[in-house]
Design a protein around this ligand. Structure first.
Ligand code: TEU
Ligand code: CA
Length: 544
């Protein structure tokens, strides 16, 4: 049996860029592709192997680019196709691949397909989308859209409703229609010919919808469609493909990330990210993190995909509050907790994703009022909850703790005006703490959060146990410490992390007393029988 080559993305670390907030090169206050090119040496210094760009395709920007009106062109605010070709080439020179974010569940309502589709029921593009007969004011059913309101929108010209799981300007594509699938496959092959190194597939588990049965995620034809997509496109290259699958469980993930390459390389699952959402409520209604459950869920994913699937590893992305504010500390222990969270995540098996600014320990933002915020999800929630009688204080608290704009404030490059992000007026204000938290203050500082990520990324390439080692959870019931071992034939790791601001009783097992310390987040050696606040270490030893 030919030795299965280790796929490049199994030892890779991917960096997510939210282009609009990363670096502005032309002074219009919006990040762009030339800005990304300017920062490739910074990313090379960090050591990442691939860049996932949130969408930069032509878009009216109703959902900041997750509403695409031309899949084969770059929105002028981000640059041109020529800039994208230059980015792909310049990144390649540095051994870095470019991963594009494809939104295939829906398009923009300004896409020519939809502009045609809504003209008449006989239009050849009409069934590129999901339509239902009805009468004005009485939608086909009571399904709600993720950004508020009904999931059905009436179009008088055709006297029908169209289905949209997200905003009214994001009509769902009809994957039942083979013409839609062919258009999508041809577009993907076109990007593969331009040299992209992979794709992130937005809400891909929602493409096989059955709205009459109120099914959105995990529809009956989902894996049929994904296998066809993979066969017709991805399998013709050596790509990293990652599907966003909010509803995935390990059983589904074994299909999505089957080592035979029949679907994707991996998925983003969110079970570990949903634990503070009050059951039966919206994401805005929070309960404290159930830490022991978190550890059990992380362990479940590690154990169940071992040898038969592949995990992505992430805490942050453009939709989530920043992890150091969420599970670390914004004050005295900001840096040490940011490093702890990195160590706890990067010691596990899978492909780690670093979200822009996470490598600096960037935090959530606390703007004075709603006028400073930009995200359609937060703005719609604000309107809905204020109209429903919530106090403004409660609504703003939800936005402060859980809003997506926490991750979308401009990248903090240095302590110059607007953190060096733009010479113009930024599309969204910079987090005022950029004076203390910025790349310039960290890149050549050996004790910085940046240096911690640099070290973790290089460790993954230096020791096969990071990629191959089997995960085993320790101290399962401990309320403060997340500890686990990784073991393969020749070597093993012990990872331990105190997730709290209090010392945590811990005695290092005898077998690890003489082990080498690969990384730790306190400068001085620990002499007590406890882990200091947010203390984390990775020990390594060769297997007997
Ligand atoms: O997100 C899918 C999605 O479900 C999230 O929007 C989630 O519902 C929300 O963020 C929870 O706060 C993807 C993209 O990542 C997101 O940015 C887009 O808004 C969304 O799809 C629609 O394309
Ligand atoms: Ca710009």
């Amino acid at each position: 049996m030919e030795q299965k080559k280790i796929r490049w993305w199994k030892s890779a670390v991917v960096y997510q860029i939210y282009p609009r907030s990363f670096k502005d090169s032309n002074g219009d206050g919006i990040g762009d592709l030339q800005g990304v090119i300017e920062k490739l040496d910074y990313l090379k210094e960090l050591g990442v192997d691939a860049l996932w760009l949130s969408p930069v395709f032509t878009s009216p920007q109703d959902d900041n680019g997750y509403d695409i009106s031309n899949y084969r062109d770059i929105d002028p605010m981000f640059g041109t196709l020529k800039d994208m070709d230059e980015l792909i080439a310049e990144a390649k020179k540095r051994g870095i691949r470019i991963i594009l974010d494809l939104v295939l569940n829906h398009s923009s309502d300004e896409h020519p397909w939809f502009q045609e589709a809504k003209k008449s029921r006989e239009n050849p593009y009409h069934d590129y989308y999901v339509w239902r007969d009805g009468i004005p004011g009485t939608p086909p059913n009571d399904m709600k859209a993720a950004f508020g309101g009904s999931a059905w929108e009436w179009v008088p010209e055709v006297e029908q409703y169209y289905f949209h799981q997200f905003s009214v300007k994001q009509p769902d594509l009809n994957w039942e229609n083979p013409k839609v699938r062919r258009e999508i496959y041809d577009m993907i092959l076109w990007w593969m010919d331009r040299g992209v190194g992979g794709f992130r597939l937005d809400v891909i588990d929602q493409i096989a919808k059955e709205p009459d049965l109120k099914i959105t995620g995990n529809g009956p034809r989902l894996h049929e469609f994904i296998r066809e997509l993979s066969r017709e496109t991805f399998q013709k290259g050596d790509l990293l493909t990652v599907g966003e699958a909010w509803g995935a469980d390990p059983e589904k993930a074994k299909l999505y990330s089957n080592p035979d390459g029949s679907e994707f390389s991996m998925v983003f699952q969110f079970e570990h990210m949903m634990l503070e959402q009050e059951p039966g409520k919206e994401k805005w209604d929070r309960i404290p993190l159930p830490f022991v459950r978190l550890k059990r869920i992380l362990a479940k994913w590690q154990e169940e995909l071992y040898g038969c699937g592949w995990n992505s590893l992430f805490w942050d992305n453009h939709d989530l509050p920043r992890i150091v504010s969420r599970w670390g500390d914004e004050g005295k222990y900001r840096e040490v907790s940011a490093k702890m969270l990195a160590i706890a995540l990067h010691g596990m098996q899978g492909t780690p994703f670093v979200y822009q600014g996470e490598e600096l320990g960037m935090t959530n933002v606390h703007f004075p009022d709603i006028t400073w915020y930009r995200d359609i999800e937060s703005l719609n929630m604000y309107k809905e909850r204020m109209a429903a009688g919530y106090s403004e204080h409660a609504v703003m608290d939800s936005i402060y703790s859980t809003g997506r704009d926490n991750a979308r404030t401009p990248m903090q490059w240095d302590d110059s005006k607007n953190a060096g992000f733009t010479q113009g007026d930024p599309w969204m204000a910079v987090n005022p703490n950029y004076l203390q938290i910025n790349a310039a203050a960290q890149v050549h500082h050996p004790d910085s959060v940046f240096a911690c990520y640099q070290r973790l990324i290089s460790l993954r390439k230096s020791y096969p146990v990071f990629v191959e080692g089997r995960f085993r959870l320790l101290l399962e019931q401990d309320q403060q410490i997340f500890a686990y071992v990784r073991e393969c034939e020749k070597e093993k790791l012990l990872v331990c992390a105190n997730f709290t601001s209090r010392p945590a009783p811990f005695s290092l097992p005898e077998e690890w007393q003489e082990a080498e310390i690969l990384i730790q987040n306190y400068p001085e050696k620990n002499t007590e029988s406890c882990l200091r606040p947010y203390e984390a270490l990775i020990y390594r030893k060769t297997s007997e």
